[in-house]
Design a protein around this ligand. Structure first.
Ligand SMILES: Nc1ncnc2c1ncn2[C@@H]1O[C@H](COP(=O)(O)OP(=O)(O)OP(=O)(O)O)[C@@H](O)[C@H]1O
Ligand SMILES: O=C(O)[C@H](O)[C@@H](O)[C@H](O)[C@H](O)CO
Length: 252
């Protein structure tokens, strides 16, 4: 039976003990008609492989980026999603989509009142984020960077449908790995945010950290200072892009 609880395969890897069936979203957000696939877009690195922030890529100056990437920065409240995602988007010259801005007011009201969201509260939000990232590609961008808690496997699977819409699109999760105690401290120090420290436990209560078969996940230990976390995230992203581009070039 098709359901949100049926994990989909990730890059050909079957989830353990589950039939590989696609979980079709019940309600999809309306979306604009999609144009034909675009011509290759330029790589984010400068011609000498250097990025404007000083990081370097192994990408050769003669290669062209034919592959597109959506980077979802994930993890529970306060783990550093916005911090990392903004840095990646700036470094890669990609649009930044702040997932929190896509919550309907009813979700914000619930979280502000200290009431955790349910699966039902999140489905439309997840499909809206998926559609928003596809729209950025339709506008001619080479990819997008999004923040999205994506706490459960089935939430990640909703976003995993995105590459089905476009050839040469690769979806990646950057999972920011932190302990509950650490996030409690960070959220307590934060001012003027609807997500109070009283909500951190509920996030860990339902958290399903990515498993080994989720091969589209880059895991980053965020117990280290923010600048180290950002640099490692960018390094992993660049390596992943290079690996995928090289594989694509070799196919031609
Ligand atoms: N590696 C880090 N070390 C210490 N503090 C950090 C680190 N990363 C982010 N922070 C701080 O932790 C707080 C939460 O960060 P941020 O807003 O990026 O997290 P978030 O996951 O986007 O949160 P939310 O999901 O609640 O919007 C901020 O005050 C930020 O400056
Ligand atoms: O799935 C959820 O419960 C929500 O997305 C939350 O994670 C918050 O929106 C976010 O973390 C802001 O603090």
């Amino acid at each position: 039976m098709l359901s949100y609880d049926s994990p989909i395969s990730v890059n050909g890897q079957k989830p353990p003990s589950a039939p590989v069936v696609m979980a079709a979203p019940r309600q999809s957000m309306p979306s604009a008609p999609r144009p034909a696939p675009r011509a290759p877009a330029p790589a984010p690195a400068l011609s000498n492989g250097a990025l404007t922030n000083g990081a370097t890529s192994t990408r050769s100056s003669s290669s062209h980026a034919t592959e597109h990437h959506i980077w979802l920065v994930t993890g529970p409240a306060g783990c550093g999603k916005s911090t990392v995602a903004k840095y990646l988007a700036n470094s890669l010259h990609l649009p930044y989509i702040e997932g929190d801005e896509f919550h309907p007011q009813s979700n914000i009201d619930k979280m502000s009142a200290g009431i955790p969201l349910t699966d039902a509260d999140r489905w439309d939000w997840l499909t809206a984020l998926r559609e928003a990232s596809i729209r950025e590609l339709d506008r001619g961008n080479n990819g997008a960077v999004l923040t999205c808690s994506a706490l459960k496997r089935k939430y990640r699977d909703v976003i995993r449908v995105a590459p089905y819409f476009m050839p040469n699109l690769h979806l990646h999760f950057i999972y920011l790995d932190a302990s509950e105690e650490m996030l409690l401290q960070r959220v307590m120090m934060r001012q003027n945010h609807y997500m109070g420290a009283n909500m951190v436990h509920s996030q860990f209560d339902i958290l399903e950290p990515p498993t080994a078969d989720e091969v589209d996940v880059i895991r980053i230990d965020v117990s280290r200072p923010a600048d180290v976390v950002m640099a490692e995230s960018l390094d992993q992203v660049l390596k992943t892009m290079d690996r995928i581009q090289e594989a694509s070039n070799n196919k031609k």
